[in-house]
Write a protein that binds this ligand. Structure first.
Ligand SMILES: Cc1ncc(COP(=O)(O)O)c(C=O)c1O
Length: 399
């Protein structure tokens, strides 16, 4: 596209191909430079004193970070985006920016486990009262709001158990109480859900997942509306945690193909999830894109697609390790959003109010870009192995 401008009404893949960088701003090169920097020079003392130029120091931004944060702003509809070294840092940063001693924070109980750890370890030590709420609470969160509730943290669908939250209802009530609403939107990406359109103030992403897409980097993004931007930006600069230039560039590179990759992840994951529902050895499939999911209607109402991560509950008494060890294509590893399929057993022992009781072992699957029939064959191999291993004597401790 001439000049790299993205027409506002263009389709998502057209926009992903062109957002975030204008080749005309750097000698016509199609991609932005990877700027390795700390110092930026000023032409004279007056300019330096007034900080009167576009770039002043690399913690504040470079042409590389500006390209990616601009692209994310366009996708999120946000006023500003900061880039930090991991998804976990993207969770911690806004919580630190908006909470102080004596405040009360409400966090969904089905939150990504390290988010809970940050809240329990750091926020509580800072004198912040942390309370976990039932993820499906919706407008019922009103009864938990207090005069000192400053943050309502959401994540939808939930990590590992995939409850879908009524984000608009939660945001409406939280704003009436003057709390800032944050959402970890990593599962959907801004392609399938735009938090700020649903009343969220701050949208958080582990760009390590689908934006990066290749298991070769860590990066987080935090995007805000205009009202919350100054405070977030101030904390970002104060903590000094900008993302590294090479990772920033790689995530922008990943965005170019994210729509195409997500379409494939979505198609494969839905087909495999639907197939799994009818396989022996499966008690339940937890994927909001399936009509059998209890929150399917909310997902249909709010989301425009489903990514490739969901969970299965193996039949009672199944040998989870036999299932996992029999897999040949699915790797055993943490994270998701990359080209390769992954499986892991989920531990829900940290949940306090959300339902963490299932018929058998809970396994999270990340459906990668491999061919569907190969993935089905692999899963069938795993399910046969659990049956062969026999259910009597199942070790409950591995749940
Ligand atoms: C929902 C969610 N948020 C945040 C993160 C943290 O991302 P990172 O691995 O980049 O720290 C993860 C990682 O698995 C995640 O699943």
């Amino acid at each position: 596209m001439p000049g790299g401008q993205s027409p506002t009404q263009a389709g998502i893949n057209t926009r992903l191909a062109h957002i975030g960088y204008e080749p005309g701003s750097y000698f016509g090169f199609v991609n932005p430079p990877v700027v390795h920097a700390s110092t930026v020079l000023f032409p004279n003392a007056r300019t330096m004193a007034a900080r009167d130029q576009k770039y002043i120091y690399a913690t504040h931004g470079t042409p590389t970070t500006e390209a990616l944060s601009g692209a994310i702003d366009e996708l999120e509809g946000s006023a500003g985006t900061v880039l930090v070294p991991s998804g976990q840092a993207a969770v911690a940063l806004p919580l630190l920016a908006f909470l102080s001693a004596g405040d009360h924070a409400l966090i969904t109980d089905s939150v990504y486990a390290p988010t809970r750890q940050f809240a329990d370890l750091v926020l509580r030590r800072m004198g912040i009262e942390v309370e976990y709420y039932e993820p499906r609470i919706g407008a019922g969160i009103k009864r938990l709001l207090r005069s000192n509730t400053k943050v309502v943290f959401t994540e939808s669908p939930a990590s590992n158990t995939f409850e879908v939250q009524d984000i608009s209802a939660i945001a409406r009530v939280a704003h009436a109480g003057d709390a800032v609403v944050m959402m970890d939107n990593s599962w959907a990406t801004p392609l399938f859900f735009r938090p700020l359109d649903h009343g969220v103030d701050i949208s958080i992403h582990a760009a390590t997942k689908y934006p990066g897409g290749h298991s070769d980097l860590l990066l987080g993004t935090v995007s805000t509306n205009a009202a919350t931007w100054p405070r977030l930006w101030e904390m970002f600069l104060t903590l000094g945690i900008p993302a590294a230039p090479d990772d920033t560039y790689q995530v922008l590179r990943g965005l170019r193909t994210m729509g195409v990759r997500l379409a494939h992840h979505q198609k494969s994951a839905i087909e495999i999830a639907s197939w799994l529902e009818h396989q022996p050895g499966i008690a339940r499939v937890l994927n909001p894109a399936l009509p059998s999911h209890p929150d399917h209607a909310v997902w249909m109402r709010d989301f425009s697609g489903a990514s490739g991560v969901f969970s299965i509950v193996l039949a009672a008494g199944s040998q989870s390790h036999a299932f996992l060890d029999a897999l040949e294509i699915f790797g055993l590893g943490f994270s998701w959003g990359s080209y390769g399929s992954l499986a892991m057993q989920v531990d829900l022992s940290d949940r306090t109010v959300a339902d963490g009781v299932f018929e058998g072992p809970l396994i999270r699957l990340q459906i990668g870009l491999e061919d569907i029939e190969d993935l089905k064959r692999d899963l069938a191999r795993g399910l046969r192995a659990t049956t062969r291993a026999g259910r009597p004597g199942f070790d409950q401790s591995v749940l």
